[in-house]
Design a protein around this ligand. Sequence first.
Ligand SMILES: [Zn+2]
Length: 52
Amino acid sequence: MKIKYCKNCKIYTLQENCKKCGNATSSAHPPKFSPLDPYGKYRRKLKLEAEK
Ligand SMILES: [Zn+2]
């Protein structure tokens, strides 16, 4: 899945052009850590999945 980013609106989208402003989006990686997701929680989830 390709993630695109609109620098204008500072949003992530899957579209080649931003739905909001119509600007061409650039490819981007999704943020590794969401502010809503504490760092520790993320690490624990990764560990759990590695143990399966
Ligand atoms: Zn935009």
